[in-house]
Design a protein around this ligand. Structure first.
Ligand code: F6R
Length: 605
């Protein structure tokens, strides 16, 4: 899940590489590096540990000239975040940047050490540079050397090679990790995604698995795994230029939370028009016998909420699975079932592999995806955009609620197709769903109270989140957000499950956030809350004013949510979960938009 960029340009390339890396930093920020070929044809590189800004600073003091270059932003897999382990890796006359994992690197490294090529880093990537250098030393041309190297590699990779003395040549290859080619005017680019290429060109083609590309400034030739020359369609991409604009907010996360009423309005207007659900042809659930929703992290929790909706509204059995478990369990899938793959980035390796596993076994694969140009969007039978816009903060907020909105539309369509709702019931649910953007807007007013409570929360080591029914996954999401942003240990539990174990943890040092709208299950959750308070647990009750009036006695604090939204209330209740995590992170002084050890696009298993 590193980010790579390569440019054969007309201008000084180092600043352009850094500009592109800024857009890729969401993929990892353990170190960054660039290599360029100067006017004399010499290959030189600069690398720096930590955020990209460290590399930029270094380039100010030790500039690199040249119009050809490659760059990398790293999320460490093999080897610590040190300068030796930072990319580009350069051996002899070749420099390489890599996203993915070379699975047979140990074997190759051992083999190369026998011929005197000794590793200088702990990375898997260096072996690619070493192997290519060894091929060049045997007298092969750059293309022959790169091809001979690619033939030996096992695992997942997007690679770019630059060669000393070859200022008008770059070789790129893709196996499992995404790679886009940008077509300019007498300039050529490669990058991990189209967003990285957006400052330079909007004309983009995508390499397919097994492809490699030979680029000059004026041409690109793409070859498949059998070395046959192939055409890959060039599309015009609209990625906008807003990716690094915080819009006056202190953090991208604050901006993205605040954008939710608008983007939820957009996505619901896209799928519900004139009281009708509008979905692409083929989205008819009447013959479907089961749904399998597969995703990771927050996207998985969106799927988990949707399970309640599909089962309750449409009477449609629905499994929801973490992609990394699903793919290796090899679950039997009915050919009358559909697989739904939920992903913000559309590149998550496990979700993509799960999709590939399900293809051909289920009747249809559906993607619920934010990045429309991504692999999951391209590889599913039907891709439904979540229209959240670019999400920069590594922790997902608006992408989550937009995923929920799309899944809510699907659940209503399933209920309609299966004859489970009368016209009046469907109309009522549609009204509830359409009220969500306005209610989310009201929920944004909890920000100040959340900020206030977060000062208190930030003093604790552990926090418990409880919810019931479709609010249980929201409690899980509250815990996930809190731990990833503030590094406070947090757990989400089904309220009813509390007394089966976790209640043993309760004392005055374990605050408990209870997410409970005043619905049919409310009384039961209030009883669970009483059990917590009887053991000196301090409760933050997140409920509507009726719920707080009925169940708020004795709580440490309450957060008043707007009433309404019906069965779709989980979308609204996501907001205080986001704010509690956000403000606790701010109170603790952690890096909100780029929390430690994380990356936004998880393209390794
Ligand atoms: C948490 C978060 C992650 C992602 C997960 C899946 O805030 O953002 O848990 O949800 O890595 O990523 P996508 O949705 O890109 O497949």
């Amino acid at each position: 899940m590193c980010g790579i960029i390569g440019i054969l340009g007309q201008h000084q390339v180092a600043p352009q590489l850094v500009e592109a890396l800024k857009r890729l930093e969401y993929r990892g920020y353990d170190s960054a590096g660039v290599a360029t070929i100067d006017a004399g044809g010499d290959l030189r590189r600069r690398r720096a540990v930590g955020k990209l800004v460290n590399l930029s600073d270094r380039l100010v003091n030790e500039p690199l000239s040249g119009r050809s270059g490659i760059g990398h932003t790293r999320w460490a897999t093999h080897g610590a975040a040190t300068e030796e382990n930072a990319h580009p890796h350069q051996r002899g006359k070749v420099a390489v940047v890599h996203n993915g994992i070379i699975e047979n690197f140990r074997e190759l490294r051992e083999e190369l050490s026998g011929s005197g090529y000794i590793a200088e880093s702990d990375t898997d990537t260096e072996v690619v540079a070493m192997l290519t250098a060894s091929h060049l030393d045997q007298g092969m041309s750059p293309l022959e050397a790169a091809r001979a190297t690619l033939n030996r590699l096992q695992g997942a990779f997007a690679l770019a090679f630059l060669f000393d003395g070859e200022g008008d040549l770059m070789i790129a290859a893709r196996q499992g990790s995404p790679l886009a080619v940008g077509h300019g005017d007498d300039e050529m680019f490669i990058g991990s995604d189209a967003i990285a290429l957006s400052p330079f060109t909007d004309r983009v083609s995508y390499l397919e698995d097994g492809d490699h590309a030979v680029l000059t400034r004026s041409s690109v030739q793409i070859f498949d795994s059998a070395n046959r020359q192939v055409n890959r369609e060039i599309a015009t991409i609209d990625v906008g230029a807003t990716v690094i604009d915080k819009g006056g907010y202190r953090h991208f996360m604050a901006k993205e939370i605040a954008q939710q009423p608008a983007v939820l309005g957009d996505v619901l207007n896209h799928y519900i028009r004139n009281d009708r659900i509008v979905l692409p042809e083929g989205m008819d659930f009447s013959q479907v016998d089961r749904l399998t929703i597969v995703a990771c992290g927050t996207a998985y929790l969106a799927g988990y909420v949707a399970k309640y909706w599909f089962e309750k509204l449409a009477g449609l059995p629905c499994d929801v699975d973490v992609a990394s478990e699903f793919r290796y369990r090899e679950p039997p899938l009915s050919d009358r079932s559909w697989g739904i793959f939920v992903s913000q980035s559309g590149e998550t390796a496990d979700t993509l592999a799960a999709l590939h596993y399900a293809r051909g076994k289920v009747a249809k694969t559906v993607g619920v995806v934010n990045v429309g140009t991504s692999a999951i969007a391209r590889d599913t039978d039907i891709a439904l955009p979540t229209l959240a816009g670019i999400e920069v903060c590594v922790a997902s907020s608006k992408a989550f609620t937009c995923q929920l909105a799309v899944l809510a539309v699907l659940a209503l369509k399933a209920a309609q197709d299966r004859g489970r709702l009368s016209d009046a019931e469907l109309a009522r649910h549609l009204d509830d769903l359409r009220s969500v953007p306005a209610l989310v807007n009201q929920a944004l007013t909890t920000a100040e109270e959340c900020r206030h409570l977060s000062g208190w929360l930030s003093e604790f080591q552990d926090v418990l989140f409880l919810g019931r029914g479709p609010l249980y996954p929201v409690a899980l999401e509250g815990a996930l957000k809190l731990k990833e942003l503030s590094y406070i240990h947090a757990e989400g539990y089904a309220s009813g499950e509390l007394k089966h174990g976790p209640i043993a943890l309760i004392d005055q040092h374990m605050p408990v956030v209870v997410v409970a709208p005043r619905d049919a299950l409310f009384e039961k959750t209030v009883s669970n809350m009483q059990e917590v308070m009887a053991r000196h647990g301090q409760v933050i009750l997140v409920s509507d004013s009726e719920g707080i009036r009925e169940g708020g006695d004795g709580v440490y604090a309450s957060l008043t949510m707007p009433s309404g939204g019906g069965i779709f209330a989980p979308i609204i209740y996501a907001v205080p979960m986001q704010y509690l995590a956000y403000y606790t992170a701010v109170a603790k002084g952690t890096d909100v938009d780029q929390p430690r050890n994380l990356a936004k696009s998880v393209t390794v298993e």
